[in-house]
Structure formats: C-alpha cells, structure tokens
Design a protein around this ligand. Structure first.
Ligand code: FHN
Length: 679
C-alpha cells in the first residue's frame, strides 16, 4: 500500500474517532438541552412500603427500606401486595400538582429495591396487576404527563431484594438460600423489564438508575446497561448510577469511572458550581423518601425555595421528592409546600428556568443566576436577606449596567450607581417576597467579575507563626491586606502573603492601577499552645479494639454497650469483624508524635466515624453515608498522645481510611509504627 494511501486511511480513522467523540458530545448537549432548561423536577417514591407507612412492630423510623431495615422475611413482606389498593390515586391530579409547583419533569419509582413493579410486567407476578388495584400506574402517569406537557421519567433500582437471582442476599436473610441464583439471569430479567418500560409507554425522558453500589454490579455491567437503554431510546437521558461511577452521596463521577449523563448528589448541594458538569440534587421534603406517617421533619417552603435558587445558582437541577400515601394521595404537607413553591415560581420562574451558574463565588445577601441577552447578560439577583439600607451591593463587577428592576414589578426602574468595584442598586424598603426577592440587572457583555481573593494557609491554627497567602482568578492585580480585620485600602501593606505571629483576622482585597477591583476576602487564624504528651506511659505496638454488632443510623455511645470481641490490631482495620454489615469498632491507644507542631487528622469512611486526640473530638464524620471525608487540626508536643477512632457500618459499602499530615510530611495513611496501646 502506498504511503499516501496509508496516510489517507489513518487520517480517516482518526477523524472518524474524533468526530464520533465530538458527535457524542454534540448528541449529549442536544439530549440534555431540555433538562438544563428545566432545572426543577418531582421525585416520587411509591410502592408497597407506603402501606406500613414507616411503622413496624412498634418502630416508626422506617421508609422505603423497611423490608431490609426491619428484616421482614420475604413471605411476610409479599403480603402487602394484597393490601395495595390506592383507590384515591389520580395521575392527572399528581401531574397538575407538579406542574403548578413549576416542576418540568417527574421521576417515579417503577421498581424500588423491594422489587415490586408499579407497571404491568410480563416478567413477574410481583407487580401491581397482582394487587387488588390491578391498574398500570406507569401507564396512567405517562398519559397524564403527556396530557399536561410534563416529562415522564423512570427511576429503576438495579438492586432487587425480591428476585431469586439477585445477589448478594441480605445478610440477615439466612432462610433464603442463594443456591442456584444466577446474577446474569437477573440482569436478563432487568433488561426485559426495562424493555417493557422503554417500549410500552412512549418516549421516556430520563432513566434514573439506583441501587448500583453492591459488589455484583460492575463498571462493565454499567456500560453495557447504558448502551442497552440507549439502543432502545436513543434520546433518553441516563444518570450516573447506571454504573459504578458514582462517588458516594456527593453523587458525582469518580475519576475515570464510566458514568452516565449527569451526577446525582443526594440530600446535599455541592459547595460550588461544577463548570461543565451536569448534576442534579435529589432531596426529600421531610426525612424519608417513602411515606412515613410519623415523620414531622418537613423542610419549610422557605428552605425549599432558597435551595432551588442555590442549586440553580450553581448550575444544577433540583429533584424534590414526594412520598405518596398508600391510598394514592400526596401528604397534605407536601401539597401545601408544592402550592406555595408554585406561587413563587409563577412570578419568578424565569430566574430559574434555562439559567446558568452565577459568575460570583459568594454574595452575602443571596444568590445569582444568569441568562445571555443580545446586548449582554441578564443577572437574576436572588435576595434572601433584603438590605435594610435599601442598597443592594453587587461586588467586584466591571460591566456597564443597562437597567435594573424588580422581577415581581417589571416596570419598576431602579437606580444603579457605581462605587469602586461594586454596583449598587437602590431598592424599595419593602421586599417583594419574604423568602426570595429577585432583582434583575442587565449588563453589557459577558460578566466581568472579580471575586474576592482566596486567603489560604496550611491550617487555621498555629504555634509560632503561619504563612498566609492570597490568590485570585484575575490577572494583572495586586493585593493589599490587613491582619486586624479592617478593610484593606490602597495604603495597606501590599503582597501575596503575610506571616502572622498572633491570632489574626486577615483581609485581602484586589487592586489594579491603584483602584479597588474586588471586595475583600477574609479568614481568621488562631495561635495555640501545643498539647502536652502523656507521661510515664508503657506502650505496646498496636491499637486496642472493641468490636460491636448492631444496626445504627449514626454512631452509638459504644461506652454503654458490651463489645462482642476485644483485642489488639495493628491499624484501623475490619479484620476482627464477624459479619459484613451492621457492626462497629472503637480503636484506642496512643499515637507517637516525633516533632512538636500542628497535625491534621482525616477520616474517610462509609458509614460514620469520629476521631479524637487526647479525648477531644478532632474529626466528626458521623452519619449514614457513602465514602466521605472529614478532618480537623490539633497542636501537639513531641511524645505519645491519646488517639481514639469510632466507626459504624450500617449496610452496603464499608470503608475506614485514617490519615494525617504534619509539620514535616504531607497527607498520608497513619503508619502502624506510630500506633501503640497501653500495656
Ligand atoms: O437506597 C436508595 C433510597 O431508598 C432512595 O431511593 C435514594 C434516592 O436517591 N437512593 C438510594 C440511596 O442512595
């Protein structure tokens, strides 16, 4: 083959690959367009678990996990199917409540972890057609959505506690042998059900997978399932829980892991926007996904509206959950909130729909969303705390203002003035809305914003002195700073860092050509004395551990319990455990400090953990969560110091990673050689 022909062939294949990638990116942008525009959807968790309504044998804290959390044997749980008769279910009413609340899509549990199917499935009798209700709920809801211009989406659990081929079994299901179970056969069953859900109910807008965290579900199975679903509905959006690509409750994608079209933070809002990443925070309205009649911890309408603005200001979507009751109605407190949210959305929806993330890192009075205009940019200023002095200050913005008005009173022309780096809008005394008043500010061009300098140091505490340095996302600027908390001026010291020798509040501001170009960044640092080491201690290598068994949603007081086993282990390990779930540990002993200084300790755990030094809590990482890290710093003198780590595992994934960093070493796992216990 001639060189020229070879080159042409190579050029063709390279272009094919690149164009495939580009077309994939273009395809993804195309299918995500409505979703990015929508910003707000309704999650619905409904199934047999609504019948016990969170209560079982006197315990009232359950939700959709009741079968597993209350360890209800399959035969006993299956009886609920004979009671499932939601005679007040009205799909049209549900959809209208979502629509009136300003929601643009509905994601409903076609099948949750308990395996019960809310549609007429030919693959199983464990479906709604075997109940007294005998109506295809998914069909009715899909039709009602189409009638009301609402996108219909399926939640579908990969994990299935009912199907005989699903593995692993629950560890307490000792009476339910896994003999003969074939996980590949289960995957075929799941694909056959997805085929039903994706061919019998018209265009489905999102497939919201869940329950992907168990050992049997792998990256490759996720990729295969993604391709399978896309082969049936090419334009469907698929979340990142299709594969093994989700990093815990933060919900975003693990580096390099395969993961669908958007990240899924759960019950939390990312601290900052994630440029270029599509993500959706899913959240309960009270504290359960499935209906719990005793759950009174309802979020206020104010909280929900402000969270919606916060999420949109970070470029994300908000999927707010309703857990319908067994009779098919929404809880009244959910209905009330949806109505109030809708009232706010009717006036202010344009400040949410189709907006993108704020150009400001932080606004002390609220949030900002934005949309492009032919002349420049429309900024929607979501004011939670209405300024008392009638001045709404927008810091660090260099664009020429065009106009400003109240979104609730579009003919209200508001005065705009410039004061150094800031634009100030004169606003009326009375806020148009007590929860979130939106002020519109149109500016020329794309936002030209200078966020306050970032003020950074290794730790917030120090013994002798501490280097504090400043950085900014702007170039061609200089920093002026103070260390007494006062506002920096052009006459304040100039530089990129300062060494503090006593407790200080450091403020830094950006200047260009002698002019202020940002508001001030601020951070406080505390001078402390190093804690004294233990004295006359005879210490042996290894940590003393106590092992406990039980089911907890947060760290219990282990001191009130009898350990199942005690001993010595060489680090923070699970080897002594006797079951894979529902266990806890207390590790205690001494840690050898070889140099006086400030030490930062980290625990990265699934589920909860806490770390104490000298009986003081340093890192609090308690809670029911996937792998999540917390840290804290403490100043220690050379010698032995008490260390204690407590940990619990509820179910699913488990891990405990204990690290530290010190005055002369970077973050690393705590090595065995520095861990001891009292003789
Ligand atoms: O285990 C489920 C839980 O029941 C609920 O469905 C949430 C909603 O995102 N997802 C899982 C927990 O991460």
């Amino acid at each position: 083959m001639k060189i020229f022909q070879l080159f042409l062939m190579l050029f063709f294949f390279i272009n094919l690959d690149v164009s495939a990638q580009n077309s994939t990116a273009t395809e993804q942008d195309k299918r995500m367009q409505w979703w990015r525009e929508a910003r707000f959807g309704m999650f619905i968790h409904w199934g047999l678990y609504a019948i016990p309504a969170g209560e079982w044998k006197g315990e009232t804290g359950y939700g959709e996990w009741i079968r597993t959390s209350a360890e209800i044997p399959l035969e006993e749980y299956n009886q609920f199917i004979n009671q499932f008769n939601p005679v007040n279910f009205d799909a049209d009413q549900w959809v209208k409540m979502a629509k009136n609340a300003g929601m643009k899509y509905i994601v409903i549990t076609s099948k949750h972890h308990d395996g019960f199917c809310l549609w007429d499935s030919k693959q199983t009798d464990f479906d709604v057609m075997s109940s007294p209700f005998k109506r295809d709920i998914m069909k009715e809801l899909a039709e009602a959505c189409r009638k009301n211009d609402m996108k219909i989406c399926w939640y579908h659990s990969i994990m299935d506690w009912h199907h005989p081929d699903y593995l692993p079994r629950r560890n307490w299901e000792t009476d339910r042998s896994s003999e003969g179970a074939d996980f590949d056969r289960y995957v075929d069953y799941m694909k056959a059900q997805l085929k039903e859900l994706l061919t019998n109910y018209g265009d489905i807008s999102v497939l919201w997978f869940d329950g992907e965290w168990e050992s049997t579900w792998t990256r490759n199975r996720g990729k295969d399932l993604y391709d399978y679903v896309r082969s049936i509905q090419p334009d469907i959006i698929i979340n990142n829980r299709v594969g093994a690509g989700r990093s815990g409750m933060e919900g975003l994608n693990k580096e390099g892991e395969y993961a669908g079209d958007f990240g899924t933070p759960e019950q939390q809002i990312p601290a900052t926007g994630l440029p270029g990443v599509d993500w959706e925070t899913c959240m309960t309205m009270n504290s359960h996904w499935g209906w719990n009649k005793n759950d009174t911890k309802w979020k206020s309408t104010s909280q929900i509206i402000q969270m919606l603005a916060d999420i949109a200001s970070k470029g994300g979507n908000y999927l707010l959950n309703v857990g319908p009751k067994a009779d098919g109605t929404f809880p009244q407190k959910a209905i009330d909130r949806l109505q109030q949210i809708g009232d706010w959305m009717k006036t202010n929806g344009e400040a949410i729909y189709g907006t993108t993330a704020s150009p400001f890192k932080n606004l002390n009075w609220g949030r900002c969303t934005q949309k492009p205009l032919p002349i420049g940019t429309r900024l929607y200023l979501h004011v939670f705390d209405w300024p008392k002095d009638n001045n709404l200050v927008i810091p660090g913005i260099f664009n020429e203002p065009v106009q400003a008005y109240l979104l609730a009173e579009k003919d209200s022309k508001l005065k705009i003035s410039r004061n150094e780096d800031a634009l100030t809008i004169t606003i009326p005394e009375k806020a148009p809305d007590l929860i979130n008043s939106v002020v519109v500010l149109d500016i020329e061009g794309k936002p030209d914003v200078s966020n306050p300098p970032i003020i950074f140091a290794e730790t917030e505490i120090f013994i002798d002195s501490l280097r504090v340095h400043f950085s900014s996302d702007r170039d061609n600027i200089e920093f002026h700073y103070t260390v007494d908390g006062s506002e920096p001026t052009i006459n304040s010291p100039k530089g990129n860092q300062v060494f503090v020798k006593q407790s200080s509040t450091v403020k830094a501001r950006s200047f260009r050509n002698g002019k202020i170009v940002s508001s001030s960044g601020s951070a406080s640092f505390k001078k402390v004395s190093a804690e004294k080491a233990a004295i006359n201690t005879k210490a042996m290598p290894g940590l003393a551990y106590s092992y406990y068994e039980g089911k907890w949603d947060s760290l219990p007081d282990f001191s009130m319990m009898l350990p199942k086993k005690t001993g010595v282990c060489n680090n923070f390990i699970f080897d002594p455990r006797e079951q894979i779930e529902e266990f806890g540990f207390v590790y205690e002993g001494y840690i050898q400090i070889n140099k006086t200084g400030v030490y930062t300790f980290f625990t990265d755990s699934d589920d909860g953990s806490r770390l104490y030094i000298n009986n003081t809590l340093v890192a609090d990482n308690d809670g029911l969560h996937s792998l999540h890290e917390e840290s804290g710093a403490v100043a220690l003198q050379k010698g032995l110091h008490l260390i204690k780590v407590t940990f619990f595992e509820n179910s699913g994934g488990d891990d405990l990673i204990v690290s530290w960093k010190g005055p002369d070493f970077d973050k690393q796992l705590i090595p065995e050689k520095v861990l001891f216990h009292a003789e």
